[in-house]
Ligand binder design. Structure first.
Ligand SMILES: [Fe+2]
Length: 275
């Protein structure tokens, strides 16, 4: 059976048995990738009890239809969809490979990204560091950690300078899209040296559990937040990002030119608690 991903605003369906996505023509993909437990073993606190070949997540890159191609190319944006499957690796909920984004030499801040949840419930772990490209693992300074809980139909902007990882904290698959500035360089090494970001997020007896990652020397207070809309930056809940980009592409200018938007983006997190 096929379930339509209605929140995407696109003719995209998930097969309920295989969990794979199907795109209806004329939409097409540029690339597809899968990650299993073995490929991510350095990023989990303990993956030793899982089947090494167990699928963790699938990425559908560069979803587009021909008539939109000129616009995406002009802005240098790419739209991808990720499916994080249901389940745990050790006590942790399944997650993506955490990373930081690069920046242009004439800019102060690294590139942000839009994350939109299409189905399920996400916790996006956002970890600020201004020196994430250090080569020695003990030299990283983590300035802030935000855990944003995002439901289907909601979206966030990953702020500039924040490394990020997406965690499936719901009871089924988590499907989310991202819209990002395509020339952006991606840095995975620092997160891998530390065996993940600062907080491991999992479940015990069906209750969420947070555990500090001891591979970091010092971690700041952790904030738990809910997302806040900002229509001027193209973030209106239940309005698909792909469609909003086609209608009002300039709203997403911040993706390639983040410096003057940092304060506005930080106001889009409603901090509910901290620990
Ligand atoms: Fe990213």
């Amino acid at each position: 059976m096929l379930a339509e991903l209605q929140k995407s605003g696109l003719p995209i369906y998930q097969n309920s048995r295989s969990k794979k996505l199907l795109l209806e023509a004329p939409y097409m993909l540029k690339g597809y990738g899968e990650k299993n437990v073995l490929q991510m073993s350095e990023l989990y606190e303990d993956s030793s009890h899982n089947d090494k070949h167990e699928n963790v997540y699938d990425v559908y890159r560069g979803i587009i239809c021909d008539q939109d191609r000129e616009l995406f190319e002009r802005y240098k944006f790419q739209y991808d969809i990720t499916v994080i499957h249901q389940g745990q690796v050790g006590f942790e909920c399944k997650k993506t490979s955490g990373h930081y984004h690069g920046w242009e030499s004439n800019k102060k801040h690294s590139y942000p990204e839009v994350y939109e949840v299409l189905s399920g419930t996400a916790m996006f772990e956002l970890q600020k560091s201004m020196n994430f490209d250090v080569k020695e693992k003990n030299d990283i300074k983590v300035d802030d950690i935000i855990l944003a809980k995002v439901e289907a139909g909601q979206a966030i902007i990953v702020p500039p300078d924040y490394g990020h990882c997406s965690i499936n904290i719901g009871n089924g698959d988590l499907v989310f899209s991202n819209l990002a500035y395509q020339p952006c360089e991606i840095f995975y090494d620092n997160v891998r040296y530390h065996h993940g970001l600062g907080i491991y997020i999992g479940k015990e007896d069906d209750k969420l559990k947070f555990k500090k990652n001891d591979h970091y020397k010092n971690l700041p207070t952790v904030k738990i937040a809910l997302p806040v809309e900002n229509g001027s930056l193209g973030i209106k809940f239940n309005q698909p990002v792909y469609k909003t980009f086609l209608e009002t592409p300039d709203k997403y200018n911040f993706l390639g030119n983040p410096d003057k938007y940092v304060d506005t983006i930080m106001k889009m997190f409603d901090i509910k608690e901290s620990f």
